[in-house]
Design a protein around this ligand. Structure first.
Ligand code: ZN
Length: 160
């Protein structure tokens, strides 16, 4: 069976950046499962998986624009320390949920200078080319439940 819309696909992956560092990997975990054709995974990877079959192992190079998108400077802002009342020790790298133009978004502190805290709402992988090593472990037709819900269900069946 070849991967097409309305297939549930399971695959192992290792994601590396341009520097060759492993950013994420399914090694040692269950493979990632998703319902193909709905944009649940980054577009460049989803497009590369279309037409593939179980057992295929290959590398996909995804430019940033087809990955997590380009970085947007507008998603970086400087806020006063008082905005973080209740947080004892602010540190670079801390993540917070913040209200943004398109709903709640995750921001990370990228700099702290005096009373000014710089937060960045870009996805940590925005602006980066992505390199996936992929091995497809399962391709099957989605069940009626999965199609109705718009996502893949795990091997244990419906769990939510
Ligand atoms: Zn469901």
């Amino acid at each position: 069976m070849q991967i097409a819309d309305n297939c549930v696909v399971s695959f192992h992956y290792t994601l590396t950046n341009d520097a060759g560092e492993v950013v994420d990997s399914s090694a040692g975990r269950e493979p990632l499962s998703y319902l193909h054709g709905l944009g649940h995974i980054v577009p460049g990877l989803e497009n590369a998986l279309a037409g593939r079959s179980v057992g295929d192992a290959f590398r996909v190079d995804v430019p940033a624009a087809e990955g997590y998108g380009e970085r947007h400077d507008g998603l970086t802002q400087v806020v006063p320390k008082q905005a973080f009342q209740g947080v004892d020790a602010l540190e670079v790298g801390m993540q917070f949920q913040a209200r943004g133009p398109s709903g709640v978004m995750s921001v990370v502190i990228t700099a702290i200078e005096g009373d000014e805290v710089t937060v960045d709402g870009n996805h940590p992988l925005a602006g980066q080319d992505l390199h996936f090593d992929v091995e497809i472990t399962e391709v099957r037709a989605a069940t009626a439940d999965e199609l109705a819900h718009g996502h893949a269900h795990g091997p244990g069946g419906h769990d939510h």
